[in-house]
Design a protein around this ligand. Structure first.
Ligand SMILES: *Cc1c(COP(=O)(O)O)cnc(C)c1O
Length: 417
């Protein structure tokens, strides 16, 4: 089910035509569907049935406070990777008691802010970090609730840049190191051992990497319990993939049930947390852009658009594929094969290679599946202001972030005296 469909000859987000969004807010802009975000979140929530669980939405996928607020209203928790993300969650009305804090390089200042705000779990990614958490918690006369993010060394079979759970990754603690680190943590005065966490990668399209990782995590839970260390929560990370280009990832139901049956098979009945980002946000947004020019050379046709790699980095960074659709369903223009390229002075500034399109200058295009890792990776390369974000709710369009102005863009810079 998509919330971006053609009706009356035009692509719509819910009941609002994308051409009206372009008219009112200009291009390029990000356009999101409230109903899409909520449906994806609810599909996961429902799949758990009455099994105790927390859905900790991965803030980094799309961190606009309006989006975080929608999910907080549904009862969501959050997975954060920085103090900045925790500040967003708090501003959006999220419950810090449902926040898990991941990341390999949390500073003392970030840890102090998280401990003071009583996040549910600091997911520790190295033995050195454990000592830092103890030190910060002691200085605050507080107790830090922690998990170790373990690295089960399973191959998620995804792009190497979004594979995080193999031995060669910088993320997590190896299983053997974790076994010792839990015992050390158990002895520390200001540490409360709460859970165990893993996150093996992103855009995973099968259940087997998840269940393989789960087996390894459950073995650790058993070994720890023999040592008198009792884990209270299993945090199984994010990573559930979406359909960008005909992929067939497991449904929310199949994904969640595979985990619940995995733990039941071991006679372990612990609450589960998951950290989905892409699954909730990815297909809940598009990047709307306008064709500036068509250009033809001996071997290529280019559709040059007003959005570039600074607005949507994924194609350049990960060779990611995003479907590109014309907003107008019918066109008089001849169908040709185009590279859809942006204005940035880099040959890598390509949103899509070899796309069959009927377009002319002035036409609008929607770059699909841009709700996750889209705006959050936008930058000012080539001194291009960041695009606005618009959230569609039924018939209504809400501007949830202004287009950046040149004054804002230059505000922090200074001439020499
Ligand atoms: C990025 C990340 C996620 C979210 O991954 P998705 O593939 O978007 O679901 C979850 N947990 C951690 C620790 C992450 O770094």
């Amino acid at each position: 089910m998509s919330f971006f469909n053609y009706s009356d000859g035009e692509l719509h987000a819910e009941n609002v035509s994308l051409s009206s969004v372009a008219r009112d807010y200009g291009t390029p802009c990000y356009v999101y569907s409230r109903a899409a975000f909520e449906k994806q979140w609810r599909d996961l929530d429902t799949a758990f049935g009455d099994h105790p669980h927390t859905i900790c939405y991965a803030v980094k996928a799309n961190s606009n406070i309006a989006i975080l607020n929608l999910l907080a209203r549904l009862g969501s928790g959050f997975d954060i990777v920085s103090e900045g993300e925790l500040r967003r969650v708090l501003k959006a009305g999220g419950d810090p008691g449902k926040v898990v804090f991941s990341g390999v390089a949390k500073s003392e200042k970030e840890l102090a802010f998280a401990i003071q705000n009583k996040v549910r779990s600091i997911n520790i990614e190295s033995v050195a970090e454990l000592e830092r958490v103890q030190k910060v918690a002691a200085s605050l006369n507080a107790t830090a609730s922690i998990a170790f993010r373990v690295n089960p060394n399973v191959d998620p079979e995804t792009h190497p840049y979004i594979s995080t759970g193999m031995d060669k990754a910088k993320f997590g603690v190896t299983m053997e190191a974790a076994y010792d680190a839990y015992q050390r943590a158990n002895d520390l005065a200001n540490i409360d051992v709460h859970g165990i966490a893993c996150h093996i990668g992103s855009q995973i399209t099968k259940t087997s990497p998840f269940t393989d990782a789960l087996e390894i995590v459950l073995n650790m839970v058993k070994r720890l319990s023999e040592k008198g260390i009792h884990i209270k929560q299993l945090d199984l990370g994010g990573g559930l993939g979406i359909d960008y280009q005909g992929e067939t990832p497991p449904s929310a139901e199949a994904y969640v049930q595979s985990m619940i049956s995995g733990i039941k098979a071991h006679g372990i009945d612990l609450p589960i947390a998951i950290e989905p980002g892409r699954y909730i946000a990815g297909n809940s947004g598009v990047l709307l852009t306008q064709v500036e020019f068509l250009k033809h050379n001996a071997s290529k046709n280019f559709a040059i658009v007003d959005a570039g790699m600074n607005d949507l980095l994924r194609p350049s960074l990960y060779q990611a594929f995003h479907t590109i659709k014309p907003v107008a369903e019918e066109s008089q223009a001849a169908t040709q094969v185009f590279d859809v390229v942006g204005p940035v002075c880099e040959s890598a500034d390509v949103l899509g290679y070899d796309r069959e399109l009927s377009v002319q200058a002035g036409d609008l295009l929607a770059v699909c599946s841009a709700g996750a890792y889209g705006f959050v990776m936008a930058n000012n390369y080539n001194t291009r202001p960041k695009p606005p974000e618009i959230l569609i709710d039924g018939e209504q369009a809400h501007l949830i972030r202004d287009r950046e102005t040149y004054d804002q863009l230059l505000a922090g810079e200074r001439l020499l005296p």
